[in-house]
Design a protein around this ligand. Sequence first.
Ligand code: ADP
Ligand code: MG
Length: 610
Amino acid sequence: MRAVSPGRVGARLDPGRAAAALLLVALAVFPLLARGDTYHQNVLFSAFLLAVEALGWNIVSGFAGYVSLGQSAFLGVGAYTAGLLAIHLGVSPLLLAPLGGVAAALLALVVGSVVMRARGHAFVIITIALVLILQVTGLNLTSITGGSNGVTLPIPGWDPALGNLPFYYAMFALMVLSLGLCAWVRRTKFGTGLLAIRADENKAAAIGIRTNVYKTLAFIASGALVGVAGGVYAYFLTFIDPRGMFDILVSVSILLAAMIGGRGTVWGPLIGAFIVQILTEATNVWANGSQARLILFGGLLMATVLFVPQGLLPAAARLLERRRTRGRAVEATSHAVVTRPIEVSRIVRTIDTDDGEDLLVGKGLTKRFGRLVAVDRCDVTVRQGTITGLIGPNGSGKTTLFNLLTGMLVADEGTVHLAGTRIDGLPPWRRAHLGLGRTWQTTRLFDDMTVLDNVVAPLSRFRWRTLAASAVAGHEAERARELLAFVGMADLAGVRAGHLSFGQRKLVELAQVLMTQPRLILLDEPAGGVNPALVERIAGLVRSLNERGVTFLIVEHNMPLVLELCDPVVVLASGRTIAAGTPETIQRDPVVLDAYLGEDPSTMHDEAPV
Ligand code: ADP
Ligand code: MG
């Protein structure tokens, strides 16, 4: 046997991981060491249950940001499914508990595919309604659920000497499974997609993430293990009733546990569950019962929101990070772009173009905001291989037109075709998959993710197995690094996007959109608010991409840049196309000059972005 040098072992031992492993081992052996201590076993059992629930909640509400107060619905459905089947089949509910998970997953699928369309407060309220509806239904379906009298389940059939040990280990195993699920989701493309949805759902859709599938899957994942836990819990209680099972207060304690520990982290919900469960137990022992518990929950929730809104774990992590990087964060915010761009041929395959054919055609596009007509029967055509400019006074509808073309907004009238395929009516992610990319006037990056994570997040098509793929690995990660090198941002790959300067963000967003391998890129004011050196750099990138066959439609106020880069130029005023032609003809067109209120358009550059 070869001896391992102690130094190497020490170097690989991460203190956080070691503590976590130690905790799990201690919990696994506890009942063996403290045999017969049923009280503490039962307290831990309840903590495990809350941890399973909070970890499940974490997937849909922590990662994807859709706050659910309906998690007790999954617990109840799991409990009733396993419990009632056990009575009718005469099998132990412990063996039927997985069916509780299946029932909860089905409920999540049915409810989720409808409800996940609602965002923000609407979603929260609908999930509360779900619990209340199930409770009322349970109370009224007396023949099945026993109504308010509940249902009594058979006493466990195992050797009484075992006590509650089988329950303890079943719930412990579920907790470890939930923890593993959270950790796994976090590492996959699925998890990155969920984080992107939480940060900016429209942006996520625009870079090709099929948001509706992601959200529904997250809801299913959040409910399934809770459903299994419900089956185990039912047998543990040997009595289930609709009020106890579909209890909104349980949903609140789940949310509380995850919030305290740190939603969106892997270990946070578990830590929070233990804190909440132990405090609940303490109030049960020292104060009497449910009134004190309500005050405790309310107080804890308030304290969390006020003092550690991110939760304990992220707060601690941030404190450590600040200590480690003190004084060093500045380099990331410097305006200098660090590296020289690499050759474009390395990152964009040449697109076979039939130059001059119509690539994007918008016809009769109209968008009204109340009585304001932002885009008014607008026609726009972008021919393949061109760098088409789109100019017009502020408020003339340029950004709104971009939103109609990319699917961020639905047009009231009009059609959009991309390479002959009709795309109005398609969701943004479908349009991205067809080769339509865009950037934003004020960049929209996922600020909490690193630059590299931002660039690997886009997907150029949807495949089920991609969901389970590693988020940052393989040739995609390599391509992302090359794209970052191409825009000159390779050195900042590991920096959090929120730390970048405005100009650096523009470059990263360009690398991000290139990841979907677009045929046509819409750039919304790429030079707005950017220093002159960087403007040159961006213009150079656009030109070299264009030489490789990428077509551009560019909104820009910097007239010298437009005149130098774009041909043809389309002019928008009050939502309508008033002129289109070569830069020279546009410059002299009296209609165009008139639209700018007699101003010389070349004086318009460096206008503040709106
Ligand atoms: P531009 O990009 O050319 O400056 P926009 O497309 O941003 O112009 O805006 C066109 C008009 O539509 C403006 O008058 C603006 O105030 C209005 N507008 C844009 N978005 C919205 C919205 N979401 N709700 C209401 N009005 C809007
Ligand atoms: Mg605009």
